[in-house]
Design a protein around this ligand. Sequence first.
Ligand code: PRT
Ligand code: MG
Length: 225
Amino acid sequence: MNLTENPKPLTLALSKGRIFDETLPLLEAAGIQVTENPESSRKLILPTSSPALRLIIVRATDVPTYVQYGAADFGVAGKDVLDEHTVTHPGGLYQPIDLNIAHCRMCVAVREGFDYDEAVRQGSRLRVATKYVHAAREHFGRKGVHVDLIKLYGSMELAPLVGLADAIVDLVSTGNTLRANHLVPVEDITNISARLIVNQAALKTRDSELRPILDAFARASGAVQ
Ligand code: PRT
Ligand code: MG
């Protein structure tokens, strides 16, 4: 397919911050440079050095939505975000590559001094605050632990400190945020990294344009195709 047949550039959805920063080298491996930085630019649509590719900057949790509805042809999102999205919006997304970027762990954490193992052993009903209610429900369900889940949209670390919850399910990379708030991880749930997701219709209709970028991303991230 060439540009006269399909003049609309491919659209890649990214969130600013670590996903944008860590996707840039992958784009460069595909021969594509991005000159504007979403941290300083207020533009939500960013051009690239290739007229055939533009970026849109959206909230991390909105990336799968833009791709699923075809407003973006492809996007980069954390496995945490994708797993939560898929529970409520199954289908429509093709997830071909683990990009090996934005690594972290999803953990259960509690206040220092809170005896989590004893609470679990006693069968106490735990209050757990999290952004990841589906992952948390599955985790505690597997363990047979009764929990009341409290949905939060950010700053989960605060919840155990002010008596909103006994535990949190959150992402941890360096562990600095937990330490700064006198929290300790007590259980690992899963390892997280960012994935490339592709709109299923775009994968068929725009395959020849997508393919070189997907291949370059796969090579640069060390993914086996
Ligand atoms: O921040 P905002 O509310 O706008 O959106 P977001 O948190 O969804 O986006 P962003 O950019 O923070 O995260 C995008 C993706 O990066 C997530 O979906 C994860 O897949 C991945 N990622 C990797 C992380 C982290 N590492 C991470 N450490 N996402 C969040 N964190 C947070 C964590 O929630 C905790 O508050 O960083 C804090 C812990 O970090 P450490 O280094 O102190 O342990
Ligand atoms: Mg964040």
